[in-house]
Design a protein around this ligand. Structure first.
Ligand SMILES: Nc1nc2c(c(=O)[nH]1)N[C@H]1C(S)=C(S)[C@@H](COP(=O)(O)O)O[C@H]1N2
Ligand SMILES: [Mo]
Length: 366
């Protein structure tokens, strides 16, 4: 029997430089970004954290929800939400960034959520560590990967699937993967994965599967669409590419002064003002330097204590605002010496653009 697939030939449309298609705008409405003024906060208020949901937000009854450990475990079992809450709890502040953040800075851009800068935020995630739960389930000796499946289902590029991702055994060992039920001290909101999700600290957001229903032990590498069909660095669509994992080093400026409603350009009064923003990197790597570009000169900013290994670092710099038109940028460097490029690094899917932000500022002369 032929399976009915109305979206078989639905490939993503070509984009036109600079011009946004109505469906891209609709994706932007569904997937809101963090307002840049929220860079003020160590912990992003929940309603100001960005959102990325590929399909529909599932409606799940928390009292009936079951998480199953299935596949090649020697002791498969399942847990309900109450049982998970009784396990040892950890709260970890984690900066999460969508791998597509910065996509609109690439040309041609891929047809997807048209992020500029806002697909980032930091939350205090509460849950229990995954490693002991896998140990309890007992991995059979030939297991190579663990997959994580969400309750949400839909199509992408003709493939019907539940949103699902995997990690290798080495990655599960190395990463502090948290099975999460609270965000900033309250139960997860539906749009952030209620009642259960994982958070993979230090990685781009796609790994942090929301609405988690199943954790499966696999003897073969996972071949789900979100693992092999996308989230790979590629220069052309034909390439297999390299999987996207840790976040690249990046920083943002909290736009100073007051904005123009539509252009978001800024007006600042002349004199000394304090510029501030946040910087982060992947894999728990520390930020060692942030520089601000003004009048063609990079000036080093002061770093304020990072509140935890996986969360962003605040920076500050006093800037003497002189009347005229300015473009402000900042550039972070992490402990491995990685720094941000001035120009974007091209990627067909528009992933991991960590090139420097540009904030246009007018300084008045009165
Ligand atoms: N089940 C499921 N999990 C998901 C997604 C999704 O669409 N479905 N989107 C992923 C992506 S691409 C990102 S960037 C993060 C966003 O998490 P947030 O919406 O809580 O900010 O969730 C990830 N987990
Ligand atoms: Mo994402």
């Amino acid at each position: 029997m032929q399976i009915y697939n109305p979206f078989k030939k639905f490939n993503r449309p070509k984009t036109v430089s600079g011009v946004f298609n109505e469906t891209e705008v609709e994706l932007a409405n569904r997937n809101s970004g963090m307002p840049l003024e929220s860079l003020e906060y160590d912990i992003t208020p929940i309603g100001q954290h960005y959102l990325l949901t590929h399909f529909d937000i599932p409606h799940i009854n928390k009292n009936e929800h079951i998480l199953s450990f299935s596949g090649d475990f020697s002791n498969p079992y399942s847990l309900n939400c109450d049982e998970i809450k009784l396990l040892p709890a950890e709260t970890i502040p984690v900066t999460l960034e969508c791998a597509g953040n910065g996509r609109t800075g690439l040309d041609p851009r891929s047809f997807s959520a048209p992020w500029k800068y806002g697909a980032v935020g930091t939350s205090e995630w509460t849950g229990t560590l995954l490693r002991p739960l896998l140990k309890k389930a007992g991995l059979k000796s030939d297991v190579v990967e663990i997959s994580f499946t969400g309750a949400d289902r839909g199509y992408d590029s003709g493939h019907e699937h539940n949103f699902a991702r995997s990690l290798t055994l080495a990655q599960v060992e190395e990463l502090d993967v948290l099975l999460v039920y609270q965000m900033n001290g309250i139960p997860l909101l539906p749009q952030h994965g209620a009642p259960l999700r994982i958070i993979v600290p230090g990685w781009y957001g796609m790994a942090s599967v929301k609405w988690l229903t199943e954790i499966k032990a696999l003897k073969k590498p996972f071949d789900g669409y979100q693992q092999v069909g996308t989230y790979r660095f590629r220069q052309s669509k034909e390439e297999v590419g390299e999987p996207i994992t840790e976040m690249r080093v990046k920083s943002l400026i909290k736009p100073p002064g007051i904005p123009d409603w539509t252009s978001r350009k800024r007006l600042v009064s002349p004199g000394l003002i304090t510029l501030t923003g946040r910087a982060w990197s992947g894999g728990g790597k520390k930020i060692t330097k942030v520089e601000v570009l003004s009048n063609n000169k990079w000036v080093e900013a002061k770093l304020i204590n990072q509140n935890s290994k996986y969360s962003w670092t605040k920076w500050m710099l006093d800037w003497s605002a002189k009347p005229g038109h300015h473009i402000l940028s900042c550039r972070a460097t992490d402990e491995t010496g990685d720094t941000q490029p001035v120009d974007p690094i091209f990627d067909v899917g528009g992933f991991a653009n960590n090139s420097i932000q540009k904030v246009e500022v007018f300084v008045n002369d009165y």
